[in-house]
Structures are given as structure tokens and as C-alpha cells.
Write a protein that binds this ligand. Structure first.
Ligand SMILES: Nc1ncnc2c1ncn2[C@@H]1O[C@H](COP(=O)(O)OP(=O)(O)OP(=O)(O)O)[C@@H](O)[C@H]1O
Ligand SMILES: [Mg+2]
Length: 464
């Protein structure tokens, strides 16, 4: 027992139960917590849910080879520490593994002392990385929480809430349009909670057919229904001690709602076809972008469940409501996609930034992220001076003037959107020269200037 307990487990991936057994015994003797997986898919699912100090994986697995798994794991988290077990006498394979980003390798037959020493070093490395990451995030605490970017008042309030609610076990209901970062926030709450070393288990309630959702959430016994050939643990049980993330809760049927209410109230559930009641201790975080209050009125959602879920509501503002965060997000994504694509884009032209600021972002941060990624990939220069935005602002149909709004509101929106677009373009063409731009527009200087003021279009942004 040479080692102090380390909070993150070691994951060993091998299809041979006997090898898993020996490795586990050896590593546990050194004081580590060990988890095991027998297939690549299983390992990926585990890596998704928990951080591991290191992952030891065999080059041959039933469903994929070690290199594929290595690549997948690195794609999810480039800082994952991976030790690859290579076949006897295949030094080429070891070299390949290192090139593909493995931390180190062990060759067969495994020398367990060597393995122990290597794991000690890997864990030390992991500890340093984690510390570094913590200091970094403490420094940026005011603007960033984990990887969540935004300095607007509205986001500051969200961060404060995340930190306070993380301490408790209260159920959280996160609401917000698509792409506003609901899942990001849910994961942050889990990471800042005392449950951080246990599983974070996600279920997308809208993606699973109603008939399967119950089985997925609560599990089943062998023979519970046709096709239930073996016992299966449900997501609630897998999240025991940790957090369950119920995405798009507004989509679940009334019968599943009743069962959900019981778990939330009593911490109890029955597997389908099961005889005994199972007790679980999970923290629930749910999301919705559906109007649940309306669903309640229409008798599609139970009000008692709603109150249970809505103990702590968190509302994520749309990107339109916090445009001041756009420049920060843009820089964040440029840096990220530079790294990912080996690019070195250093800045962005003022006119592109202006266009980003004026766009309405129906897909919120996800849409911004995708657009920046595409531009970074396509850009041949070290400055972004072109960007392609969907033409939702100037063609007036679909997004603007939908049937929910009155004729006058719709018309006003179309005009406003036309004017912003037109003014930005003509200002861009004349590099911020107001007289020239006004002349081209056929408006007198004063009128033109007033319009610029109305839409907060700044001359400075167009000067080159
Ligand atoms: N504040 C933010 N800072 C950095 N990245 C963000 C932020 N908000 C969202 N993102 C990124 O935008 C994408 C969408 O976020 P996420 O999946 O959390 O949204 P969501 O609200 O769950 O969307 P949906 O309702 O469509 O499921 C992710 O790639 C996420 O990393
Ligand atoms: Mg989501």
C-alpha cells in the first residue's frame, strides 16, 4: 500500500477476464481504485461518465482495435492518459501507439512491477494536469466556469447558481432554447458537487421510444417482456451515488411520469418484471425547452412531478439576450478550433465581428460554434475576414414574421432586420465613411446617422 488513495480510478480494458483479475489485484494492492471494461464500447461509455487517472488498454478487443479506441478516447478528451498493451516483440506497434497520443506502453508478457511503476508515474502526471486545470479555472473564475464562456450579467448569475446548487442534492430543472448550453451546465453542477467521482448518466428522453424508456430508466428482469433475455440495470441504478441527467423531460409519457415521481420522492423503483423494490440515491438534473406550464394545463404533464423537478430552476438565456458574450465566445472557439485543426488564426476582421453581432442566432451557442469551426477550417489566412451566415435576416420569411406574431410586429421586425443588414453592408462597402455610405443609400446624412444610432451600428467597426 505504497500509495495514498487517489480520487480518480484506473480503467483497465481487456477482453480476458483472467487478465482483468490479475491487473485489478495488482493495482488495488498499490492503493488504486480499479474499474474494468471488456469491450471498446463499454470503455467509451465509462470514459464519458467518469474521469479516470489512466486507462490501460489492450491492443486487441472484440469490437474494435486498441488504436481505434485510443483515437476515440483522445477525441473525447485529449488529456486522457492512455497506456497501451502491445503484443510481444512488436516494437513498431509501440511506436505507433506513442505517435497516436498514448502516454506510454507495456509489452506482453506483462511485468507487473513495471506496470505498477508506470501507473504511478501516469497518476502523478494526471495529478499535475488536474492541478494545472484547477488553477487555470480559478484564474478565469469570473469569466469562465469549466469550459463555459460568458461574462454577461446573465451568465454570471448562472455561474453563481451552479456553484451554490452543486453543494446540495436538490433537483434542478434547466430551461433554455436549443444550443444554450443546458448539458454543459448540468455537467458543471455534477463536477462541482460531492458526487463528482461517481457516474453522470445521461438519458435523452425524446430520443428513446416511449415503450423503451421505462426499461431504459428502471431496468428489467429476465423475461419481463419478449426480448428481455437477460437482466438489465436501469440508468437510475447506474447513476446511484451520482447524477442522472434527464434531457427533454417534457417528452415523457404520463405513465413514466408516475414512476419518475416515485423515484424522486422516495428514491425507490421497481425493475420491469421485478419483485423487489430497489433503493437508489441519485441527484436528478432535468432539462426542457418545452413550455411545461402549458403541458400541465393540457393534462400532458403532471403538476406534482413538475414541482418536484423544479426545486431549483435555472434559466439559460438565448445568445440574442446576451450579445455582449459573442466576442468572448468567438475567441474561445477560434482558439479551440485552431488547436483541433492545426491552424493559427489570430484575429477576426471588424466587419465579420459586426456581422456576428447582428445575427439573431436561432441555434444559439451551438450554431456559433459550428459556424466558427467551419470558418476556421476553410480560412487560408491567419485572420478571419469572411463568414457565411444563413440569410435569415434579410429574406423575411420563416424566422421572422412567424404566425405567432401579429402583422404589425412581423412587419416591424422585417423592416428592422432589413435596415440593420442594409446599413451594415453599405457601411462595410465604404469602410465606415458615413457621408459616402449615406450618399449611396440615398438618405441625407442626419437621417442615416440616426439610423446607425438606432441600431447601434458603430462606424469604428468598419474602419480598416
Ligand atoms: N457558454 C458556453 N460556452 C462555451 N461553449 C458553450 C456554451 N454554451 C454552449 N456551448 C457549446 O454549445 C454546444 C451546445 O451546448 P449544449 O449541448 O450544452 O446545449 P443544449 O442546451 O443542451 O442544447 P439542446 O437543447 O439542443 O440539447 C456544445 O458544444 C457546448 O459546448
Ligand atoms: Mg442538450
Amino acid at each position: 500500500m505504497g500509495q495514498k488513495p487517489y480520487p480518480y480510478p484506473i480503467l483497465v480494458v481487456d477482453d480476458e477476464p483472467a487478465i482483468l483479475e490479475v491487473m485489478t489485484v495488482n493495482l488495488e494492492r498499490r492503493g488504486y481504485t480499479v474499474k474494468t471494461a471488456q469491450t471498446g464500447r463499454e470503455a467509451l461509455a465509462m470514459a464519458e461518465e467518469t474521469r479516470h487517472a489512466a486507462i490501460i488498454l489492450d491492443y486487441s478487443l472484440p469490437d474494435m482495435n486498441g488504436f481505434q479506441l485510443l483515437a476515440e478516447l483522445k477525441k473525447k478528451d485529449s488529456e486522457t492518459i492512455i497506456i497501451m498493451i502491445t503484443a510481444y516483440g512488436t516494437i513498431g506497434m509501440a511506436v505507433e501507439a506513442m505517435k497516436a497520443g498514448a502516454y506510454n506502453y507495456l509489452s506482453k508478457p506483462i511485468n507487473y512491477d513495471e506496470m505498477g511503476a508506470l501507473v504511478d508515474r501516469a497518476v502523478e502526471h494526471h495529478r499535475l494536469l488536474t492541478e494545472l486545470w484547477q488553477t487555470r479555472s480559478e484564474l478565469q473564475d469570473n469569466y469562465e466556469l469549466d469550459n463555459i464562456v460568458g461574462q454577461s450579467r446573465k451568465m454570471q448569475k448562472v455561474y453563481e447558481k451552479v456553484k451554490t446548487v452543486a453543494e446540495s442534492d436538490a433537483t434542478v430543472l434547466i430551461r433554455g432554447e436549443t444550443g444554450t448550453g443546458k448539458e454543459l451546465i448540468a455537467r458543471a453542477i455534477h463536477r462541482h458537487s460531492a458526487r463528482r467521482n461517481r457516474n453522470f448518466v445521461g438519458v435523452n428522453c425524446a430520443a428513446i421510444p416511449e415503450t423503451l424508456l421505462e426499461a431504459e430508466l428502471f431496468g428489467y428482469e429476465k423475461g419481463a417482456f419478449t426480448g428481455a433475455v437477460a437482466q438489465k440495470m436501469g440508468k437510475f441504478e447506474r447513476a446511484n451515488g451520482g447524477t442522472i441527467y434527464l434531457d427533454e423531460i417534457g417528452e415523457i409519457s404520463l405513465s413514466v411520469q408516475a414512476k419518475l415521481l416515485r423515484v424522486l420522492q422516495e428514491g425507490e423503483l421497481d425493475r420491469m418484471g421485478g419483485q423487489e423494490t430497489i433503493t437508489v440515491d441519485t441527484r436528478t438534473i432535468a432539462t426542457t425547452n418545452r413550455d411545461l406550464e402549458k403541458a400541465i394545463q393540457e393534462n400532458q404533464f403532471r403538476s406534482d412531478l413538475f414541482y418536484r423537478l423544479n426545486v431549483i430552476p435555472i434559466y439559460l438565456p438565448s445568445l440574442r439576450e446576451r450579445k455582449e458574450d459573442i466576442p468572448l465566445l468567438v475567441n474561445h472557439f477560434i482558439r479551440r478550433f485552431n488547436r483541433k485543426n492545426g491552424k493559427e488564426i489570430k484575429n477576426i476582421s471588424p466587419s465579420v465581428m459586426a456581422a456576428l453581432m447582428h445575427y439573431e442566432w436561432p441555434g444559439n451557442v451551438r450554431e456559433l460554434e459550428n459556424i466558427i469551426e467551419r470558418s476556421v477550417v476553410l480560412s487560408a489566412k491567419d485572420r478571419l475576414d469572411e463568414i457565411e451566415l444563413p440569410h435569415t435576416r434579410n429574406n423575411g420569411h420563416l424566422t421572422i414574421g412567424g404566425l405567432e406574431t401579429s402583422f404589425h410586429d412581423s412587419k416591424k421586425k422585417v423592416i428592422e432586420s432589413f435596415e440593420t443588414h442594409y446599413l451594415s453592408n453599405v457601411m462595410k462597402k465604404h469602410k465606415g465613411n458615413i457621408s459616402a455610405a449615406a450618399k449611396e443609400a440615398g438618405l441625407d446624412y442626419k437621417n442615416f446617422h440616426n439610423k446607425l444610432k438606432k441600431y447601434k451600428i458603430k462606424r469604428r467597426t468598419f474602419e480598416e
